[in-house]
Design a protein around this ligand. Structure first.
Ligand code: ATP
Ligand code: LTN
Length: 344
């Protein structure tokens, strides 16, 4: 299969961690994946290799979470005819390239990754698997394998993108032009959705449930979580991320789901209390989440169809990834394997 295209290329990835994606995953990244599949040559990847770096789930649980994310991505609007949707572990090229990139990454450079510091802080560096340390390098391999121009991600991934760019440039300088140097594509609005209970932190699947809205939550759960969101005491509906992070976060969510702006939301709710705004936010999230959850359930009823979509995605991905590994390995100086003589 030959992939011939002149469109700029995008690639992004999402971990199958948790039972569902959360609001931040959708608003910060996935909805841009959907809008970009049209004008770009798009590759989207469920990064299951990354999902075993901390607290790996039981094997059957990991398989089910992977199916759920695939179904949710399709429910969000990814079209397997327009983009390549695949699972990272289906392509051996990802760890194959990752190894070479690990060998040109400085130990100090990897140690400065803040996500590693945050995630390892919980149980201490000594007890952490080495995979969490090399995680950003595998992510760089995910991106560079596809000669990617743009990477749509949330704000928290900016530092990993900078590392990816540095590794691409270093490899190209050392071994000759091999990789496209990618640009992050981070939205101006909603690039960092905050935890509803602790607006100093980003919303995350791995934080407490009360501050995280999962797209699989039912209407009454969503409503409760939003109505209990931490705000402030001054009572004025005004967008100010520094002084009023909790309230501003709710305004951002509402603007995103109603195709509006935080200025318009401010004008609409100015003078009203926080209660009216919270009810409206809950309604706008539920209006999205209910049909989304229904569609996800329908897709999950046909796992054979999901497998078929993933096989098609992997086949398209492999044509590009295999060529990049071949070029990178050759440029490093690995001896090309000759084809085996035919028997007889
Ligand atoms: P989580 O913390 O929910 O597990 P993650 O960042 O650890 O998310 P992924 O599920 O792989 O891991 O994230 C998928 C995409 O969602 C990434 O592009 C990430 O930047 C984005 N993202 C995650 N959380 C948020 C958030 N709170 N606001 C905006 N974007 C986010
Ligand atoms: N590290 C990312 C997930 C991820 C990714 C990628 C994102 C893995 N590989 C490639 C974009 C491109 C995260 O933690 N959210």
């Amino acid at each position: 299969m030959q992939v011939v295209t002149t469109k700029p290329r995008v690639l992004s990835g999402i971990q199958p961690s948790g039972e569902s994606m959360q609001l931040g995953n959708y608003l910060g990244a996935v909805r841009n994946w959907v809008s970009m599949q049209d004008g770009f040559d798009a590759f989207y990847c469920v990064v299951d290799l990354h999902a075993i770096t901390v607290e790996p789930p039981a094997p059957e649980e990991l398989r089910q979470r992977t199916r759920i994310v695939v179904a949710q991505l399709l429910a969000a609007g990814l079209d397997p005819q327009q983009c390549s949707l695949f699972v990272q572990s289906h392509l051996a090229e990802h760890p194959q390239l990752s190894w070479v990139l690990e060998c040109i990454t400085g130990f100090g450079e990897a140690s400065r990754m803040t996500q590693f510091k945050d995630k390892s802080a919980k149980s201490g560096v000594e007890r952490q698997g080495v995979g969490l340390f090399t995680y950003p390098i595998l992510m760089a391999a995910d991106i560079l394998l596809y000669q990617t121009n743009f990477v749509p991600v949330g704000e928290d991934q900016r530092q990993h993108l900078e590392l990816t760019r540095n590794l691409a440039q270093r490899f190209n300088q050392r071994y000759g032009d091999t990789f496209v140097v990618p640009e992050p594509y981070i939205p101006k609005e909603a690039a960092k959705i905050l935890d509803l209970q602790d607006p100093s932190a980003k919303m995350s699947k791995s934080r407490g449930d009360a501050g995280t809205v999962y797209l699989s939550d039912d209407a009454s759960t969503i409503s409760k979580k939003i109505k209990r969101a931490v705000t402030d005491a001054d009572g004025e509906v005004r967008y100010d991320l520094q002084a009023k992070p909790g309230l501003s976060n709710l305004m951002t969510i509402h603007a995103a789901f109603t195709n509006s702006t935080t200025e318009k939301v401010e004008a609409e709710f100015a003078g009203g209390g926080y209660g009216a705004l919270k009810s409206a936010v809950a309604d706008s999230v539920i209006a999205f989440a209910e049909p989304f959850a229904r569609r996800t359930r329908e897709l999950l009823e046909d796992p054979a169809e999901l497998d078929r979509i993933l096989a098609l995605g992997a086949a398209k991905a492999r044509t590009v990834a295999a060529e990049t590994v071949r070029a990178a390995y050759s440029n490093v100086g690995f001896l090309a394997p000759a084809s085996a003589p035919t028997a007889g």
